[in-house]
Write a protein that binds this ligand. Sequence first.
Ligand code: DAS
Length: 338
Amino acid sequence: MTGHSHPAKVAVFSLGGTIASTKDPQSASGGVAPRLGAGELVAAVPQLEHAAELEAIPFRQTASGDLGFDDISALAREITLRFKAGTSGAVVTQGTDSIEETSFALSLMVEGPRPVVVTGAMRNPTLAGADGPANLLAAVQVASSPAAEGLGTVVVLNDEIHAARYVKKTHTSSPSTFHSPNGGPLGWVVEGRCRIALRPVQNLPTITPLTGEIPQVALVRTALGEDSRMVEQIAHLGFAGLVVEGFGGGHVPARMVPALETLAGQIPVVLTSRTGSGEALKETYDFHGSERDLLGRGLIHGGSLDGLKARVLLTLLLADGASTSDVTEVFRSAAELG
Ligand code: DAS
């Protein structure tokens, strides 16, 4: 129940993924693929009738690794239109593989306090213990709750509520795959109630959903013994920006440094950590290839955003026409959490 005098209006957008995946009865293959749309997903959960007034919108039907920034921009526009027309919350069902990126992109492109809740499933509807129906119900309960207002975009699976900015997929098959290593979940769902224990700092800009061509940003993860060949190709290949996931606090092999410095003079290069939690350091180490060395050569400090999140932010900023100094300023203020 919502606490509103009228039932809350929630728009449910389906994009495919495991939550929507079933077998093809005509095929001998035992595998599943996305086939169910928002209407069928909603109809499979009778408890939703009492949770909110729902509008079911089949939006895409694909594996989530096949979604692009154009799909998510179009989705952000649709959600914004619904919010302007009085819808009080939105739920997005999709594949879990790219939720940590799509939810963060949505959080940057949907303005205002109304909740956007992204969910999915780890066990498809043909399996014992399929988690999609429970996740969809919990997502609608969060999207229709006044307690979720002002949180921005969140990810709800396994009865946990995670901030889009921090959430990560951490396991290939476990229903408890989503974690927020830098802060834990914001809250949880219990007996149908949305409980919010923590509210994230909101210090990122809103970016108008994109319409034109979306620039490609490369992501390079530093690995033992690596040389500079990949970095040297980035500008030639036409990438508009690069995110580097360095070792530890943000370090690279010394032999990568000249190529990174040259590239940082041409396109924005953001330094993050490959560790998956904590934040890139700024002022601890001072060797060739350390964070001090790289930031002094023009790389941009990625703060507590990991490589995937930093790549989403950099892509949207560049698509929005940001210069390297605008990008630097957004990452600088995003790193200030208090
Ligand atoms: N891994 C599947 C999922 O969890 C497929 C996908 O992401 O589309 O939904």
